[in-house]
Design a binder for this molecule. Sequence first.
Ligand code: GDP
Ligand code: MG
Length: 203
Amino acid sequence: MEPKEFKQERTLVIIKPDGIQRSLVGEIIKRFENVGLKLVAIKMTIPAPDFIEKHYTLDPEWRKTTGEKNIKNYKDKGLALPCDDPYKIAEIVLNNLKKYMSAGPVIAMILEGAHAVKIVRKIIGSTEPLTSDVGTIRGDYVLDSYEMSDTDGRAVRNLIHASGSIEEAEKEIGLWFSPKEIINYQLVQERILYDINLDGILE
Ligand code: GDP
Ligand code: MG
């Protein structure tokens, strides 16, 4: 990766329908602005269930890894498994996600900056709000768990989606945004964040 590209890493973030309904849009975007990331694209939309399926299955391994992760979670908690086929479990998770993510408006955005993917994942916290760290968005603003969402037969409400890797980000950005929706501009603060000797001249 070229040094310039490194500072222009991009990630896709979606504020899920519960984030909108909880009036947390400003609070969530503030966290990303505070850390120094730059918003280069943003839109509000109500995604169709098929579009959500596409989003989650951009990674051909998603069904396998999600099913296996789910089985491990059940076993770790000593809970009875609905079945032991990871693909069947992933299908249940996917159907719940399709209902959840298309239930109302969402806000999709692209954030740009050094280590954008990892920095955003750190700020949002781990997947299940019950166990996400205090100080993270999922840890501080919601109280859901796999146990409660599974009992109620719905997806876990964790407010936000963010790409898990640079490759995932590239695929997701391509699905959610066309190149002309992405704005190339400079933020004043980039001088301080990235300038080598703080003299205001970008090397
Ligand atoms: P994320 O990148 O942190 O959102 O997590 P993943 O990409 O691993 O999973 C995507 C979504 O699938 C999550 O937001 C959850 O809604 C759901 N999911 C993932 N793992 C599990 C699990 O073990 N149990 C349940 N019930 N849902 C899960
Ligand atoms: Mg993910």
